[in-house]
Design a protein around this ligand. Structure first.
Ligand code: SF4
Ligand code: SF4
Length: 222
């Protein structure tokens, strides 16, 4: 899932300080799972802003809302009858949700309330780790199910680079060497012959290098 962290409250205060009426909109999707932008975080942010502006003797009305998903037109429509009442919106969705909300309500100021980080997994509550960079052509089948693009600091498709020490990455000793992980896993699977085979250069056009991407699934279109 997409992982995000809340923006510092000072940053959000700065964004909204010149308005009179602001709507904070959370998302019940990924940002709820990583506890950055769901209902609870909307309520906490709203309460913190109210406290700050009350103490600063500054008038700012803050309302709260959450949508099932902000990356879905159907749910964005739920705001259509109330969004005009606000000077600005702070979206706690990922960057996709923020942009889709702004696209739907063209004349509305929409600010991001979280920093969107990566696609990752929950290692434990409050500990999230990157696992995929959405390269568009998955090669996990030849790497023992461990992604060298997301987990090797140099995104090497032929590794290791030779700089790892005791299984840690030379770029950052707090990070496991992705290629050590791949080697260990391929060994368990009896697939170490992967290292004997030449690896085809990857066509990065399916990744970000090909520009903004779009999926058209004709089989799903109405
Ligand atoms: S190979 Fe590409 S699609 Fe597969 S996990 Fe890695 S970045 Fe994601
Ligand atoms: S030490 Fe391992 S993870 Fe780090 S850059 Fe080299 S191969 Fe990649």
């Amino acid at each position: 899932m997409i992982k995000a962290v809340p923006k510092p409250i000072e940053e959000i205060i700065d964004l909204v300080k010149n308005f009179h009426k602001v709507l904070i909109v959370g998302c019940d999707g990924c940002v709820t799972v990583c506890e950055a932008g769901g209902l609870k975080e909307v309520q906490i942010l709203a309460a913190s802003l109210r406290l700050y502006f009350t103490q600063a003797k500054q008038r700012l009305d803050i309302d709260e809302a959450t949508l099932t998903r902000q990356c879905d037109r159907e749910y964005l429509g739920q705001l259509k009858d109330r969004i005009d009442a606000y000077d600005a919106v702070v979206s706690l969705a990922c960057g996709c949700g923020v942009q889709f909300l702004a696209e739907r309500y063209q004349d509305k100021i929409v600010y991001p309330g979280v920093n969107t980080c990566f696609m990752g997994v929950d290692l434990e509550r409050g500990v999230y780790a990157e696992r995929c960079q959405a390269c568009g052509k998955c090669i996990l089948a030849s790497t023992g199910g461990i992604c060298p693009i997301a987990r090797c600091s140099k995104r090497m498709l032929n590794g290791p680079c030779g700089g790892s020490e005791k299984g840690k990455c030379e770029v950052n000793p707090d990070i496991d060497c992705g290629w050590q992980l791949i080697f260990d896993r391929l060994k368990i699977l009896g697939q170490l012959d992967r290292f004997e085979q030449p690896v085809e250069p990857k066509n990065w056009a399916s990744s970000r290098d090909g520009g903004p991407r779009k999926i058209v699934r004709e089989d799903l279109r109405l």
